[in-house]
Design a binder for this molecule. Structure first.
Ligand code: GLC
Ligand code: CA
Length: 553
């Protein structure tokens, strides 16, 4: 494997709206981020991934962009942004921007032009089609529920949107669109950014003719655009013409990809993306997100092991448990009450000692939990409202049942303000924030977590610093043990003559851990644990959510 900074680095995702408000309007902003760079430095992260900060009407919190080259007024100015990137770079932290180019906002000038007439030069930047009589051009549905088509009176045609109707899809088959995208990438690279997180990048190429599709995993039509016909050519083109000329990396958000498909994107010989985010492990506790099922550790292990083994030696993995689209992991697969601290640490150990680049989502490093909102009006997310409506109107589920689903799965669980202190509004702002602060902020906050020796924060810091000391954590091969075990996730990593043994428990029950074959107990050194542990390794009964990492020379 080629050694590079983005394989060795740890990424921290900032969702700017909820990170830190500097000017007392209840909305996080760029100057707020600047205030907190020393915090990030103390944690030890190397790369910041910033969710979109571009001009946007905020139908989908910045994932609907109306100007790719300017900063959203609520977040500050381009000068603030420049100050931020300089401040990051001065402290040796790189910056990755979010690239949202499957669609634009319907308020983007390209779309406003394209709407005007059928022969407008921008018409072909999007997918405009005649209806079949009064019916939609095809039967595709949107990720945010309902039809993927919206009627527009002016020209008596429909346009396609795979997300909200304020997010029309760009037509990548038009070379001018690809040129615009390259231009945007180049613009930010020239301003010094170090890479891009590419939003839903595996759905940019749609099948010619846009034929009717089949139902699959809650969506109709996806077989005609998931890893669509030209996606690999388009990514190669962008890489060749722009990305390859800079020292930068890309991580593609890809929905429904197998490891086989993933390798086409990330195989180092293919020159497309540096790595991807897959979603396989995110569906262990649900079926297409809203049909919640019990978490099963064996299922999780099978999925993660497959990704480790299939990508190893050819491409590179990303390691994540949270982001702005996922609920808080400790509320999901851990225990966010009695064993919040233990289980948050155990989950971090389980994921971050695998092969790949770690991604930490803001607040994860202090074990923030789901918000458990009781009232529908506390939610702000467009997807959440659409799902609620669908559940109530089409599936006839009760209000209570729907609220339970949202409490578990809504994206807003990850979007409540960062809990900095036990001050009013958690130190995020001095005024009522755009979305309510989680009511547990007096107990769970940065100030608290930084002060305590045994906190989740200190544990994350330790993991990050260990990665810097031991190459094996970054580059070692992976091998799973005791696959059938329902409670323990045990694996080893190997590099040259060293071995790493990672043991994590997913239960409060006592479970017997037995030393796997091939481990020389004479030569073990404890690197990390979430309980007091004797130096020597023997068989043992686990304590609730226990985690240990040993180095074996
Ligand atoms: C991605 C983003 C999500 C957004 C969607 C549409 O999945 O992560 O937040 O709603 O794309 O841009
Ligand atoms: Ca603000």
């Amino acid at each position: 494997m080629k050694k590079t900074w983005y394989k060795e680095g740890v990424v921290y995702q900032i969702y700017p709206r909820s990170f830190k408000d500097s000017n007392h309007d209840g909305i996080g902003d760029i100057r707020g981020i600047i205030e907190k760079i020393d915090y990030l430095k103390d944690l030890g992260i190397d790369i910041v991934w910033l969710s979109p900060v571009y001009q946007s009407p905020n139908d989908d919190n910045g994932y609907d962009i109306s100007d790719y080259k300017d900063i959203m007024d609520e977040f500050g100015t381009l000068d603030d942004w420049k100050e931020m990137i300089d401040a990051l770079h001065e402290r040796g932290i790189k910056l990755v921007m979010d690239l949202v180019v499957n669609h634009t906002s319907d308020e983007h000038p390209w779309f406003l032009e394209s709407k005007k007439s059928k022969d407008n030069p921008y018409r072909d930047y999007y997918f405009w089609r005649k209806g079949k009589g009064k019916k939609k051009p095809n039967n595709w549905t949107s990720f945010f529920t309902g039809s993927a088509w919206e009627y527009d009176e002016q020209t008596n045609e429909f346009y396609m949107h795979l997300f909200s109707k304020k997010q029309p899809d760009l037509n990548w088959d038009n070379p001018k669109v690809r040129q615009e995208v390259k231009d945007i990438i180049q613009y930010w690279l020239d301003l010094g950014v170090d890479g891009f997180r590419c939003d839903v990048i595996n759905i940019i190429s749609k099948k010619e003719g846009l034929p009717d599709g089949k139902w699959r995993l809650g969506l109709v039509g996806s077989e005609h655009y998931m890893n669509g016909p030209n996606v690999h050519d388009y990514l190669k083109e962008i890489n060749r013409d722009v990305l390859s000329k800079y020292d930068c990396f890309t991580v593609g958000e890809t929905v429904f990809v197998s490891t086989k498909e993933a390798l086409k994107y990330v195989d180092e010989n293919n020159h497309e993306l540096s790595m991807i985010f897959h979603f396989d492990h995110m569906s262990v506790d649900n079926i297409f997100k809203w049909f919640i099922r019990p978490f099963k550790l064996r299922k999780l292990k099978k999925i993660l092991s497959k990704w480790q083994n299939d990508i190893n030696g050819k491409g590179w993995n990303s390691l994540y448990l949270e982001n702005h689209d996922q609920p808080r992991i400790v509320s999901r697969w851990g225990d966010d009450k009695e064993y919040r601290i233990e289980s948050a640490k155990s989950l971090a150990t389980m994921i971050y000692f695998q092969q790949g680049t770690p991604y930490i989502y803001q607040g994860q490093e202090i074990g923030m939990t789901n918000a458990y909102f009781k009232d529908l009006s506390q939610y702000k997310d467009v997807e959440t409202y659409n799902i609620y409506k669908l559940g109530r109107e089409k599936l006839h589920l009760s209000h209570k049942r729907m609220m339970k689903k949202l409490q578990y799965m809504s994206r807003d669980n990850a979007r409540t303000p960062m809990q900095w202190s036990d001050d009013v509004f958690a130190g995020f702002s001095t005024v009522e924030p755009w979305i309510e602060v989680n009511s547990n902020y007096k107990d769970i906050n940065v100030l608290n977590s930084k002060e305590k020796k045994d906190s989740i924060y200190q544990y994350y810091k330790k993991i990050i610093s260990l990665r810097k000391q031991y190459d094996i954590i970054v580059y070692g091969d992976y091998k799973e043990h005791d696959k059938k075990n329902k409670y323990l996730y045990i694996y080893e990593r190997n590099l040259n003559n060293e071995k790493l043994l990672v043991i994590t428990s997913f239960t409060k029950k006592k479970v017997l851990f037995k030393i796997p074959e091939g481990i020389n107990v004479e030569k073990v050194k404890l690197l990390l644990s979430n309980y007091e542990v004797n130096e020597s390794l023997t068989d043992f009964y686990t304590r609730p959510y226990e985690a240990r990492v040993y180095l074996i020379k």
